[in-house]
Write a protein of this length. Sequence first.
Length: 169
Amino acid sequence: MTNHYNIRLAKQDDAPAIWEIFSAVIKTGDTYVFDPNTPKEDLEIHWLAEYMHTHVVEHEGKIVGTYILKPNQPGLGAHIANGSYMVHPEEQGKGIGKLMCEHSIDQAIHLGFHGIQFNIVVSTNPAAIKLWEKYGFKIIGTIPGGFRHSTLGYVDAYIMFRSLKHGNV
C-alpha cells in the first residue's frame, strides 16, 4: 500500500485540495472543534500557518489526506508537538490515517519534539482512539463534556499523549 501513497510537505498550491478535505471533515461537527461553517479564508490560520508543519498524502495525483504538526504551547511548552489529521471522507478506511500517524511520529522526532499531545480526541470517535492507542498514545486525561457534538450534544473529550523519548511515559 505505501508504494502508492506519497507523503510530502504541503505547498501553497495544495490549499484548494486541503480545503476540500478540511471543509468536508469539519462540516459533520462530530470530530473537530472547528465551527462547521468555518470560512475558506480561515484555512490559513487553522492549517497552513507559517509555524505549522503541514503535510499532504497523495494517491494517483490526488491529495487524499493531510496532517499538521505544531508546538502544542509556546515557549517553555514548545518541545511537545500537537498534531491534527484529516482523511478525505471518500478515502477513509484505506489505512491513510495509519500512514500519517507513522509519518508524523518520525517527523516529530526529526523536528526535535519530545512528545505529541492531542488536546481533544472526541470520546465518541472509537476509530481514532484505537489508532492512536495502537501507536503508543495514552489517554492522560478526560475533559467531561469537553466537546459539543453536532448530534449527541456535550460528550467527553480525551487528552492523549505519546512520548518520543525512550523511558518516558
